[in-house]
Every structure is written in structure tokens, then in C-alpha cells.
Design a protein. Structure first.
Length: 94
């Protein structure tokens, strides 16, 4: 099991964005996806999902899957064992 990491202000700000929450939920529910497939699923632009995926990655909530990449296509998945993600998701559902 992954070590719990202390929540920092930057990570909390990253999770405060509603689209980023939806992206995390989509990745957790459906598995790895590209920015384009997430955009179609969530009804937003691929530029918006791409930017927000990078913010989530900078804060350790998602990670890129280089083995699935083809050309400019980048695949992403929610990081397993991310206690910050799990705690935040649980608190937003109350």
C-alpha cells in the first residue's frame, strides 16, 4: 500500500476544480484514457482535459502510460493507492 502523503495547498487546489474531480472519477471508473476520449465522455474540449490532466499529474493524482502512447496520443490513469484522491472523493460524496 502506498504511503499516505500529507495534503499540501497546491494539491488541494488541484482537486478543488470540478472538472479535475470528474476526470479522476472517470479514470477510476473506466480505466486509462486519452485526453480526447475523456473530453468526449465529459462533454468538454480536449485542450481542457489535456491541461487538467497535466495539473493532476504534477500533483501525483494521475500518471501517464508511455507504453500505450502512439505519436502525440498520451494515455493517462488514476494513480492507485493515492490516499489523497480517495480521501477527497469520499469527503465530496457526503
Amino acid at each position: 500500500m502506498a504511503e499516505p502523503r500529507p495534503a499540501d495547498l497546491k494539491a488541494l487546489k488541484a482537486l478543488a476544480n470540478p472538472l479535475r474531480q470528474r476526470i479522476l472519477e472517470a479514470l477510476a471508473a473506466s480505466g486509462p484514457a486519452t485526453s480526447t476520449t475523456l473530453a468526449e465522455r465529459l462533454g468538454v474540449t480536449s485542450g481542457g482535459t489535456s491541461y487538467n490532466l497535466r495539473v493532476l499529474a504534477e500533483n501525483g493524482f494521475v500518471e501517464e502510460l508511455p507504453e500505450r502512447a502512439r505519436g502525440r496520443e498520451r494515455w493517462w490513469r488514476a494513480r492507485t493507492g493515492s490516499s489523497s484522491t480517495n480521501q477527497f472523493s469520499a469527503s465530496t460524496r457526503r
